[in-house]
Design a protein around this ligand. Sequence first.
Ligand SMILES: Nc1nc2c(ncn2[C@@H]2O[C@H](COP(=O)(O)OP(=O)(O)OP(=O)(O)O)[C@@H](O)[C@H]2O)c(=O)[nH]1
Ligand SMILES: [Mg+2]
Length: 450
Amino acid sequence: MHPRDQTIFALSSGRAPSAIAVVRVSGAQAGLVLTTLAGKLPVPRQASRRLLRDGAGQPIDDAVVLWFPGPASATGEDIAEFHVHGGRAVLAALLAAISDIPNTRAAEPGEFTRRAFENGKLDLTEAEGLDDLIHADTDRQRRQALRQLQGLLGDRARDWRERIIEASALIEAGIDFSDEGDVPAELRAPAVKAIKALHDEITKVLAAQGHSERLRDGLVVAIAGEPNVGKSTLMNQLARRDVAIVSPHAGTTRDVIEVSLDLDGYPVTVIDTAGIRETDDPVEQEGVRRARARAEDADLVLWLAEGEGPVGPEAMRSLGKSEDHRPGGSVWIVRNKIDLGGAGGAEPAGEFGISASRGDGIPELVDALVKFAANFFGTTEGALVTRARQRDLLRQASDSLRRSLDLVEEGEELAAEELRAAAYALGRLLGRVDVEDVLGAIFQKFCIGK
Ligand SMILES: Nc1nc2c(ncn2[C@@H]2O[C@H](COP(=O)(O)OP(=O)(O)OP(=O)(O)O)[C@@H](O)[C@H]2O)c(=O)[nH]1
Ligand SMILES: [Mg+2]
C-alpha cells in the first residue's frame, strides 16, 4: 500500500510524562483502530469513556475516545482520538497496539496537516499560519499566526487570482477579435482598469509590511563593547536571571551567549559577546572574532562604554564598519556604571546612561528597545505576509501585472501571458499549483503529530 494511503498515528500532545496525552489516528483504518482497541464506534464528535485493550485483550488504560468520521474532520479523513494518561508505558502500549493493526504507521512531521492541505481543508498560507501558531512564543507572534491561520492572506490571494482570471478572459476575448483585424477597445478598457486596481492592492499589501515576516524569528540585539564595561551584567539585567558570568576580570566572556526575550510581545534575541580588544590569547581572539561577526549581523548593537570618552567613531571602527555601512542595523551608545559618578547624570543626546549592576536606566533602555522593535516590525497588526516565500510570490504577481499593463498596447497575447504568470504566482502562494518543491520543505519543519 502506498504510504499516502496508509493510516497514520502519532502522539499529538507534549512530551511524556504528562497528565493527559492525546494520540491521533487518521486514515481509512481509523475506525478499525478504534473498534479494535475500544469496542464499538462511539457517537461522532462526542467524548466517550472506554477501557482500551490491546489485540490480546490486555487492558492498556482507562481513556476518553473521540470519533471524527471524514470528510468533516480536521484532515478530511476518518480520525480517531485517544485521550490517555500521559505515562511513557501507557503511550508505548497504546502506540504498539495501534501499529499492530495492518496498514497503519507512525506519522511524519506535519503529516496530519499535509493531508488536511491535500484534502482541501487548508490552503498553504493557512498551513503556514498553523505551524507559526504552534511555534509562537510571544503574543504578537501568536496574533499574526492566527490571522494567517484564519486565512486572511489566503482569502485576499484567492480573490485577486479570480479577478486576474476574469481580466485575462476579457483580454483573451480581444485576441479572438484581433484575428479578424478588429480589437474592440470596450473589451480592453475594463480589463486595464481591473488590472490597475489589482496591481494597486497587491502593492499596498507589500508596502504595508515593514519586517513582519521577521516577527517569526525575532529581532537580534547584540551587546558589544570593550572588556569589563559590564556587558554580561546588562545581559543578566535584561534577561532578569543569571545567564552570563560576571567578573571584575577583563575578558570573562569568550563565547557568544544568547537569550530570547519577550519585549511587549515582540520576540527579541539578546546576544552577549566577548569584550572587543587586541589580545594575544588565541581563545580570546576567537571570542572577539565571533563578537564582531555577531554584532555586524545584528539588527541593533548596544555599544556599551564606561566613562565619558568619545566612543562613537571608535565603536563603529571596532565593528569594522561605519554607521552608513549598516543599512538595516543601528548602533546605540550606552554608558554604563553611572553609579560611579563620572558622567554626572547628564548623558549626551542619543546616548543612554545606565547602571547595569544597580538597574538605573534599564526601564528607559527597555522602553527604547520596545519602540525600536515596534518600528522595525512595522504595522504587524495589519500585516498579511509572514514569510519570504509569500512576499516573493506576491512581488512576482505584482510585477507581472505591471508588465501586462505596459504590454497591453503592444499586443493582447503578451499581456495575457503576463496575467497568466500573475495568476500562477498566486496559485503557488495558495498551494494550488506546482508546489511539490515547497511542500516537503514546509511540512518537514512541523511537529510530529500535527
Ligand atoms: N559599579 C558598577 N560596576 C559594574 C556595573 N556593571 C558591571 N559592573 C562590574 O564590572 C565588572 C565587569 O562586568 P561584566 O558584566 O563581567 O563585564 P563584561 O563587559 O561582560 O566583561 P567581559 O566579558 O570581560 O568583556 C564586574 O565586576 C561588574 O560587577 C555598574 O553598573 N556599576
Ligand atoms: Mg562578559
